[in-house]
Design a protein around this ligand. Structure first.
Ligand code: HEM
Length: 423
């Protein structure tokens, strides 16, 4: 059989990952990706080997991403990563759940009204910039204590930079096409504009904030190459673009499964009618948790993580040499029919006994686990609950999704969903 091959722009990469997950279900695959040999890992046990058990032998491989966005917690390895992780992880782990829940409900309420306005005006797809505005608003207000409107952060510029970055996110990088030349030419100006947008963070114009003060102190320290703007950029990209993609896919699933939509709304009714519609209460609503988990299983916002072998090893049946490229396919692992019966369908029941929850790896695991996993799960649950309270979601097209990768996974052409307010 011919070796599977991917060539072209990485904007198409997620379509290839889903094809591999169907055609080589439950198998790892040696593939050629833009001219380089890659082992595509699709088995949970081997993903655990690469990301957790032998993480010391598989380092992050984001030279090009680093080149585009600057070195940050996201791209660095070893001590350079550990210093950066120290700067933010305490705050990402110890955030106030109730405050985050409150902010997520408030901004979801605003966003769903605007989304319904767009649908009423004739839009057949969800306006993704409204979803991004919602998630950036929660992130900034939660971690920096100010509303987005009082900062100069421009969410569209951030999204454009992410799109540029996706072309260069992986090794091997794509051939430089005319499009890429245009990107490269525009990059310096775009970066300058975004850094200028972050001026208030550097100038101490925001309320006292220990996380920001720690980042600024590290930025001033000549002993390292930490730059506040690089850390902020990846913080916003990792923390807001991802959840915006996640809630977009959740809306699509609600629209595609009206029965699930009704069932969840019914399950949430006592919550909204209660005297205590807070996180302590929302976090006990099992069908909501199951729905968020299934949305992240079927459509993981970050579908691919790439690593480079630093020494020889074995992964399943494959011998690994130093310098080998390893791609862990999250859709591959999460659609493995050995772990999930009927893996392509939405199943809320499988979470009843937490049976297959452990095989969902949307946030990966091991030392480089997503720093914002808990925060993202609080936000996503609050967004879905608020959207369901306020609106109905209906499909505007039955066409199966094609994917558009831009450092995270969106739907090509936008999510075909009409939003109608219930009150
Ligand atoms: C549904 C939402 C999200 C998903 C699916 C997601 C997924 C991921 C994945 C797969 C990685 C590992 C990438 C790699 O190692 O190559 C990662 C890393 C990271 N994520 Fe998330 N993420 C989400 C939301 C967030 C949020 C809300 C934040 C911040 C508030 C965040 C902060 C981070 C950070 C800081 C890292 C780097 C961790 C490290 O290497 O130290 N993420 N995320």
């Amino acid at each position: 059989m011919n070796q599977p091959r991917f060539s072209g722009a990485y904007t198409d990469a997620a379509n290839w990952l889903y094809r591999m997950a169907r055609e080589h279900n439950g198998e790892n695959v040696r593939a050629e990706v833009n001219g380089a040999d890659v082992l595509l890992v699709q088995r949970l046990e081997d993903a655990e080997h690469v990301l957790r058990r032998r993480a010391d032998n598989y380092r992050k491989n984001m030279h090009w991403f680093r080149h585009m966005l600057g070195p940050s917690r996201f791209s660095e390895v070893g001590e350079a990563w550990e210093i950066r992780r120290e700067l933010t992880q305490h705050y990402l782990a110890k955030f106030d759940r109730e405050r985050t829940h409150g902010l997520a409900v408030r901004y979801a309420d605003e966003a769903v009204g605007a989304l319904a306005g767009r649908s009423a005006a004739g839009d057949a797809v969800l306006d993704e910039s409204l979803l991004r505005r919602m998630t950036v608003s929660v992130l900034i207000e939660n971690f920096f204590g100010v509303p987005l409107a009082e900062t100069r952060v421009d969410i569209d510029r951030l999204a454009t930079l992410m799109e540029f970055g996706s072309e260069y996110a992986f090794a091997p990088t794509v051939d430089t096409s005319a499009l890429n030349h245009r990107h490269l030419a525009a990059l310096p100006r775009l970066r300058r504009e975004i850094f200028d947008d972050f001026r208030l963070f550097r100038e101490g114009a925001l309320p006292d904030n220990p996380m920001l003060e720690g980042m600024l102190a590290a930025d001033r320290d000549p002993e390292n190459d930490i730059m506040l703007e690089h850390e902020l950029l990846t913080f916003f990209a990792a923390g807001a673009e991802t959840t915006a993609s996640g809630i977009g896919w959740a809306c699509y699933l609600l629209a595609r499964h009206p029965d699930v939509q009704r069932g969840l709304r019914d399950a949430l009714a006592p919550f909204w009618e209660s005297l205590r519609p807070d996180w302590a209460h929302l976090s006990t609503i099992a069908p909501l948790e199951a729905f968020v988990s299934e949305a992240l299983r079927l459509y993981p916002p970050t579908p691919l993580v790439t690593r480079l072998a630093t020494g020889p090893d074995r992964i399943g049946d494959h011998a690994i040499a130093e310098g080998d490229n390893i791609f862990v396919s999250i859709p591959g692992v999460q659609h493995d029919a050995r772990l999930h019966t009927d893996p392509w369908a939405l199943h809320l029941d499988r979470y009843r006994n937490n049976a297959s929850a452990g095989s969902n790896i949307a946030f990966i695991f091991g030392p480089r686990v997503c720093g914002g996993k808990k925060f993202a799960l609080v936000e996503l649950a609050a967004f879905v609950a608020t959207f369901l309270k306020r609106a109905d979601f209906a499909l505007t097209s039955d066409a199966p999704p094609r994917f558009h990768w831009k450092s995270l996974m969106l739907r090509e052409g936008g999510q075909p969903v009409r939003v109608t307010l219930r009150d």
